[in-house]
Design a protein around this ligand. Sequence first.
Ligand code: ATP
Ligand code: TZE
Ligand code: MG
Length: 264
Amino acid sequence: MITAQTVSDNLRKLKDQAPLVHNITNYVVMNSTANALLSIGASPVMAHAPREMEDMAGIASALVLNIGTLSEEWVEGMLIAGKKASERGIPIILDPVGAGATSFRTETCHQIIKHCQPTIIRGNASEVMALISSEVQTKGVDSTQSSDDALEMAKTLSLETGAVVSISGPKDYITDGNKVIRIKNHIPLMPKVTGMGCTASTLTGAMAAVCENQLEAAACAMGIMAVAGEIVTPKAQGPGSFQMHFLDALYNMNSEDISKHLKL
Ligand SMILES: Nc1ncnc2c1ncn2[C@@H]1O[C@H](COP(=O)(O)OP(=O)(O)OP(=O)(O)O)[C@@H](O)[C@H]1O
Ligand SMILES: Cc1ncsc1CCO
Ligand SMILES: [Mg+2]
């Protein structure tokens, strides 16, 4: 499975390779996720116009499709970029933001899964469950379910789609349908900052670009989120300073931090 050493080795690779990560992402997090990518050592680009999707997905090392603030035109762009990325064999991360809240979101995820074959699906518990069961409702973008309740459906989703499934929440689980990796850190302020899940997805994209094994990549990215959260916790006085210190923690993270803080 993975160890602190695996996470450190992949972080080193990421910094050496500085992969270009193409994000089609929501208005809420464009700035914060671009900064997270820069802080970790990757190269971000946010682009969604259908006319430039073939070109941009044609030069990227990973594609992140985040459906947080969708429109019909964005879906068109996502499908063009996703097909190009899939043809090129680069990793595709789907963040099903708000799947289970509206049928537009859930149906768009199914379209992306069918036409683009994402390599990793990273969402909260009810988003992941909504991709398997139409009974599950998401509260806007917030989960209504626990990661434990989502785990069996996540395994099914993984086996049905061929994508690694990464569930975030008070407990993080990453599964390929057979193996399950759990990140045991618990950072209470993390869900009080909008878009930390979107940040997890974009960092998953950066890791997936440099790491062949998508289960390992997804787990390393969630591990890095957790380690940064642990570093920030004693410094933050609330969500505002948490967000600021989080970028600094990503930027300065070294292998000692990882072995000291990561709980697997
Ligand atoms: N209740 C919680 N307690 C501690 N950590 C949490 C909790 N919920 C989520 N997290 C952590 O916060 C990060 C984001 O996960 P979350 O489940 O909030 O994603 P999300 O719902 O997709 O977020 P967003 O849509 O705002 O981007 C993860 O690293 C996860 O471990
Ligand atoms: C709050 C919110 N609404 C749509 S996307 C987003 C960012 C967190 O998912
Ligand atoms: Mg989310």
